[in-house]
Design a binder for this molecule. Structure first.
Ligand code: PHE
Length: 341
């Protein structure tokens, strides 16, 4: 019986070497250790063995059983380990492989310029206000001292949607809206960036849609020298600290007095060059003291309130800063243009 048991252990370990899966292993397990296994016949044989040999043989049977169980367990953990290793191998990521180049977008030059101008004004304590692009005639014109049939409406060729509604021709209606919203009539200091529309034929210098930023300050004391100081500060922030500004008398229905603002040429430093057409100055924006009629129309007592407004074209600022020679470049989405900024 001893020999038989030894052979059995050898037989099992030989079979285990060939086992490849946990399934096969389980089959072997039930074959050798299950209820109908050879060990049952050994137990039967034990009954015919002399009494004094029984304990020793019994022990031997149990030992063999344990050895086989141990072998089965060992093989099981080996198989499991191999499965994990194979999985790890098949799932490895080769970090040295060249990556897929994801294209990253960037901000359009108009957005960048808006943000640059906004930052300057926010630093001066202004808040940003926005308004609708489809606007009423009342806010776009009438309340800005531009009654129906006023000849100055000619300055801004308009795109009307109906008799009373149009695409706003400037961001000034946001002035009106902000004045009206400010029912407590506390001091107001805002900027209004946004798209505006004019009935223009598109060419190198004209676009039927462009971008403006308007600023408005209304309180009881803001005067022309505050406007001048603000303009100088902004011009220097945008075009360099060495710049000077020049105010020329102008006309806007919503401001009185009105000025056109020039900055000293940043290319020739005022000496005169092709950039400034030999004048040493470059026009950058329009401004003025808020017309009393605008204040009164919005319900503000013009004996108490005063202030200034200024409005600039974002494209114009970017064109000057970056030497762009065609306004259409902003809108045609040519990546060769967009990627430069
Ligand atoms: N709204 C004017 C325009 O579009 C610009 C402007 C704003 C001028 C505020 C003066 C004051 O032409």
């Amino acid at each position: 019986m001893e020999k038989k048991l030894k052979k059995l252990v050898e037989e099992v370990s030989a079979k285990l070497e060939k086992v490849k899966s946990v399934n096969e292993l389980n089959l072997l397990k039930s074959e050798y250790l299950g209820k109908k296994s050879v060990f049952n016949s050994f137990m039967k044989d034990l009954q015919d063995v002399p009494k004094e040999d029984k304990p020793k043989l019994g022990q031997l049977i149990n030992q063999s059983k344990q050895v086989i169980a141990g072998l089965l367990d060992k093989t099981k953990s080996l198989i499991e380990q191999r499965i994990v290793e194979e999985k790890l191998k098949s799932e490895t990521i080769d970090v040295t492989l060249p990556g897929v180049n994801l294209k990253k977008g960037s901000k359009h030059l108009i957005s960048q310029t808006i943000e640059e101008i906004e930052d300057i004004f926010i630093g001066l304590g202004y808040t940003v206000k926005e308004g609708p692009e489809v606007e009423s005639d009342k806010y776009n014109f009438e309340m800005l001292n531009l009654p129906k049939d006023h000849p100055a409406r000619e300055m801004q060729d308009s795109l009307y949607i109906s008799e009373e509604t149009l695409l706003r021709t400037h961001t000034s209606p946001v002035q009106v809206r902000s004045l009206l919203e400010n029912t407590e009539q506390v001091a107001l200091k805002i900027i209004c960036p946004g798209k505006v529309y004019r009935k223009d034929d598109d060419d190198q210098t004209h676009s039927h849609q462009f971008t403006q930023i308007e600023a408005l300050v209304v309180d009881s004391s803001t005067n022309l020298s505050d406007l001048k100081g603000t303009l100088l500060f902004i011009a220097r922030k945008l075009f360099g600290e060495e710049r000077e500004i020049r105010l020329r008398p102008s006309y806007f229905p919503f401001t009185e007095p009105s000025v056109e603002v020039d900055v000293s040429c940043y290319k020739c430093n005022g000496k005169g060059c092709s950039m400034c057409k030999g004048t040493g100055w470059i026009e950058i924006l329009g401004a003025g003291m808020v017309n009393n009629n605008v204040l009164e129309a919005a319900g503000y007592d013009s004996n108490i309130f005063q202030g200034f407004a200024l409005g600039m074209g974002v494209e114009r600022i970017a064109i000057l800063k970056y030497g762009i020679d065609d306004i259409r470049a902003f809108y045609t989405n040519d990546l060769r243009f967009n990627k430069q900024f």
